[in-house]
Design a protein around this ligand. Structure first.
Ligand SMILES: [Zn+2]
Length: 171
């Protein structure tokens, strides 16, 4: 756990703050790190209102864990380190839109804000074009629309590196 980033100020719903972009760039850097070590290219960062930062990478291959997605790993780690009210005031940044499983994990953690770069549809285009590997074609907003508490979703955010990190991987 790293403490940085001064307190998140209140944002207009759907608005992207300058610090959001920085955290998103960090999530993409983590995705690159995951790819470099042999995992799927996904990374995620959680930042509390007080500026506590928790980071995670995909561990599907290195952890022999089919559900070792970056966001699910992040929710597990953050849940062990933070109190529920801290989770509720946090933003989860992720290099690619959370899949249905990860969106469910984020929802159950009580995290109220998600910011993602590449969309699920954007990933599907890359993956499908390269290999025909199926994705779970369900947008995070669709999953959250079934929930009993509101979760703000911001994205896709145009970040070329978030697309680039997938290039040539899915084959
Ligand atoms: Zn996932």
């Amino acid at each position: 756990m790293v403490v940085s980033d001064p307190a998140h100020s209140a944002l207009d719903p759907g608005a992207l703050a300058p610090t959001d972009r920085e955290h998103l760039e960090r999530a993409v850097a983590l995705a690159r790190g995951a790819r470099d070590r042999g995992d799927h290219p996904f990374g995620a960062v959680l930042v509390t209102a007080e500026g506590v930062v928790v980071e995670a990478m995909n561990t599907v291959n290195t952890g022999h864990d089919p559900i070792g997605h970056a966001e699910t790993n992040l929710v597990r780690d953050a849940g062990q380190q933070l109190e529920l009210d801290e989770l509720a005031g946090s933003t989860l940044y992720t290099s690619t839109e959370p899949c249905a499983m990860c969106t469910g994990a984020i929802y159950w953690a009580g995290i109220r804000r998600i910011v993602f770069a590449l969309s699920e549809g954007g990933l599907r285009e890359i993956v499908g074009a390269q290999d025909g590997v199926p994705t779970l074609a369900l947008a995070s907003r669709e999953v959250l629309a079934r929930g009993g508490r509101a979760v703000e979703v911001v994205g896709p955010v145009d970040l070329p590196a978030a697309t680039e990190v997938h290039r040539g991987f899915w084959r």
